[in-house]
Design a protein around this ligand. Structure first.
Ligand code: FMN
Length: 433
């Protein structure tokens, strides 16, 4: 029977997580045309709450309606919907677990269909095939300060609505992560240049959030161990930022890695570390690809630590906790196929999550057209992601999951869902370049 996974964890702010399994943040795409919560969030999060995880972290919630990671995102930007948010929070905590809202601004990773010139630290376009993302424009200082204020505002609304904590998203190449990277942040003012300057927006967002929510409310940060890009945010820099976040009284640090250009968070990506070294296969392929790095964090931080990415078997989770490298095990994709995975692991009725959670491979024969390698890689990443997004949508609609989709079918279904959701947005005007 699991020992360590079942133990509670008291956070620095005094809140207690009932066990060591967390559902990692996964974008839901279930908001209404005004970006507000719906009965689908309620249905989905009740299932996840009853599934037994000690902590549920929501999909990323945007701070600005003009910058969406995806058309069905929830946004808190004076768009109302507090009662719906309350119903969501109530359903998501029905089993006595924690429910934290992940707060985000996607910056240059905002789709072109939504914004023709999204805000970013600097005007550095994403290096991706196709034209899904428009070249961004550099933020003014007033816009930087506005974003910090918005993070704190959303956190305050989350608390008011009944969410029991928040997570500031500073990973995966979204705005705060763009500020951290010397590749996307070329600024020469107080928000760019030295690491201290590049990390300033994150530190200020955490400070403003703490001021709004008070000392007894959990604040987490999701941070990249590295961007896995030559010249990008690297593991040495990460360790320094971790030290600073510890000084800010962050309650739970979640470590992940990668961005849209290097999607390491889902086990894709080429494996080039920030220092130009090729990341060893073993690190990328083993069950928990960020576990190794956790061991380096321990000596520099007193903060409780959560690692997400690749955890599938109970024994690996137990061993990881026993090694002392981390305090909370994050699980993403398995939760899309069986919301009760945490309970089953805790009871010991399963040894591992099902085999479907392996990365979906694209069969080029299915494409029906000639595509170069870069295009196929892109379809594979978005097909893999789309597969899990579609399962979340099915769960939200109260329907059974559908694991029969191939990678390419999932890619197409997801694109169609995105187009339909975009068409449903009310008063929506794409922002011109
Ligand atoms: C469908 C889907 C949506 C995701 N959305 C988010 C998100 O909104 N915020 C975030 O920080 N990570 C997001 N992720 C990344 C997960 O939190 C997690 O880091 C990743 O899935 C690796 O964990 P796993 O191997 O257990 O799935 C998403 C992943 C998937 C599969």
């Amino acid at each position: 029977m699991p020992q360590l996974l079942s133990q509670s964890l008291t956070l620095p702010c005094g809140a207690v997580l009932p066990n060591r399994i967390a559902k990692a943040a996964m974008t839901e795409g279930l908001a209404d045309g005004m970006h507000r919560a719906t009965d689908k969030h309620v249905r989905l999060y009740r299932q996840w709450s009853e599934g037994g995880a000690g902590l549920l972290i929501t999909g990323n919630v945007q701070v600005d309606r003009s910058h969406l990671e995806r058309p069905g995102n929830l946004v808190i930007d004076n768009n109302g919907g507090l009662e719906a948010l309350r119903a969501y929070a109530k359903a998501g905590t029905v089993a006595g677990n924690h429910l934290w809202m992940q707060i985000n601004h996607p910056g240059r990773q905002t789709l072109r269909d939504l914004h023709g010139a999204p805000l970013a630290p600097s005007a550095v376009p994403l290096k991706l095939v196709g034209d899904k993302f428009a070249p961004p424009r550099a933020m003014t200082e007033a816009q930087v300060l506005d974003v910090i204020r918005r993070f704190a505002h959303v956190a305050g609304v989350a608390r008011e609505a009944g969410f029991t904590g928040v997570q500031v998203h500073a990973a995966h190449g979204y705005l705060l992560s763009q500020f951290l990277s010397p590749l996307s942040n070329l600024r020469t003012d107080a928000w760019g240049g030295s690491l201290e300057n590049r990390a300033r927006v994150l530190i200020e967002a955490v400070r403003a959030t703490r001021k709004t929510v008070g000392a007894d409310f959990p604040i987490s940060v999701k941070l990249n161990s590295a961007d896995f890009q030559k010249g990008g945010f690297d593991s040495e820099e990460c360790l320094t930022v971790v030290r600073w976040l510890g000084d800010e009284g962050v309650d739970l640090l979640e470590i992940s890695g990668g961005n849209y250009e290097q999607p390491q968070m889902l086990g894709h990506g080429e494996g080039e570390a920030a220092d130009g070294q090729v990341v060893r296969e073993s690190t990328l392929r083993r069950e928990a690809y960020f576990l190794e790095f956790a061991q380096q964090i321990r000596p520099v931080s007193k903060m409780p630590l959560m690692i997400t990415g690749g955890f599938r078997s109970r024994q690996v989770m137990e061993d990881a906790l026993a090694s002392g490298a981390l305090d909370v095990v994050g699980i993403g994709r398995p939760m899309c196929l069986d919301p009760a995975v945490p309970r089953k692991l805790l009871e010991g009725s399963i040894e591992a999550t099902s085999s479907h959670e392996r990365q979906l491979k694209l069969d080029p024969k299915e494409l029906g057209f000639d595509a170069d390698q870069a295009t196929m890689n892109l379809i594979e990443v978005f097909g893999d992601l789309g597969f899990y997004c579609m399962q979340i949508i099915l769960l939200g609609h109260g329907q059974p999951v559908d694991t029969s989709m191939s990678c390419f079918q999932a890619f197409l279904r997801y694109q169609q869902n995105e187009a339909e959701t975009l068409a449903r947005l009310e008063n929506w005007q794409p922002v011109a370049a």
